[in-house]
Unconditional design. Structure first.
Length: 228
């Protein structure tokens, strides 16, 4: 899919808890074109086509490609994201360069598929879960780890996922109540022919992938969302 640059306007900013923000964006230069699992580069500064692309950061897209508006969620824990939190407001224009990635375009079985996420790593899954194509999966399972219940701000999307595919099983895991996600337990509770997707902090992705392969899962059945 061709990479395009979209001048976009912030339609809404949701700040459900301190430090976590969801931006809703509308393109001013044609409908967004992407596939579930894709990510984008967001630039705060204005883009001049005669100049280099300005400083930007990557974010997973969490909305279905069928939707007109696009959403991303981020945590303000770095220089760029802290600047976003301080400067961006409804009506503010930003530039998006997209789409990138091939998370769900990789060959994978759609039966007993296991999706594992940590924190905002759930967002690329939501772009699939809220898309009509998610109905093609049978008995998918989501293990979503959060530091606390307050950080699970995705209930609306997960309810929509259940309406599209009632066979999905959702396991939210809250670190302050249940401890961290246990990849060995997840592996034991999964089907022998499952494909595993992992999305979250780089250290989590690395360790979980290594654990699954050490448990005997073929490497080609472990898919990761890595772009930072």
């Amino acid at each position: 899919m061709q990479i395009k640059k979209y001048k976009s306007t912030i339609q809404h900013i949701d700040n459900p808890i301190q430090g976590v923000y969801t931006l809703t964006l509308k393109s001013a230069t044609g409908k967004f074109k992407y596939e579930p699992g894709h990510f984008l580069h967001l630039a705060i500064d204005d883009y001049d086509p005669s100049m280099a692309w300005p400083e930007s950061r990557c974010f997973s897209i969490q909305t279905s490609p069928a939707e007109e508006l696009l959403k991303i969620t981020y945590t303000a824990n770095g220089q760029f994201t802290s600047r976003m939190a301080a400067q961006l407001a409804v009506g503010h224009e930003v530039w998006l360069k997209m789409p990138y990635g091939e998370l769900f375009e990789q060959e994978h079985a759609r039966h007993n598929t296991v999706f594992i996420s940590g924190g905002t790593g759930i967002t690329p899954y939501l772009s699939l879960f809220t898309d009509a194509r998610f109905a093609d999966y049978t008995q998918p399972v989501l293990y979503a780890g959060f530091r606390s219940r307050s950080l699970n701000v995705y209930e609306a999307e997960l309810q929509r996922a259940q309406s599209i595919n009632p066979s999905i099983t959702i396991h939210p895991v809250y670190q302050d109540e249940q401890g961290i996600l246990n990849i060995n337990t997840i592996c034991r509770n999964s089907s022998a022919d499952s494909t595993f997707f992992i999305s979250g902090p780089p250290v989590m992705i690395k360790n979980f992938r290594a654990s699954l392969i050490a448990s005997g899962i073929p490497a080609d059945r472990v898919k990761t969302d890595e772009w930072e």
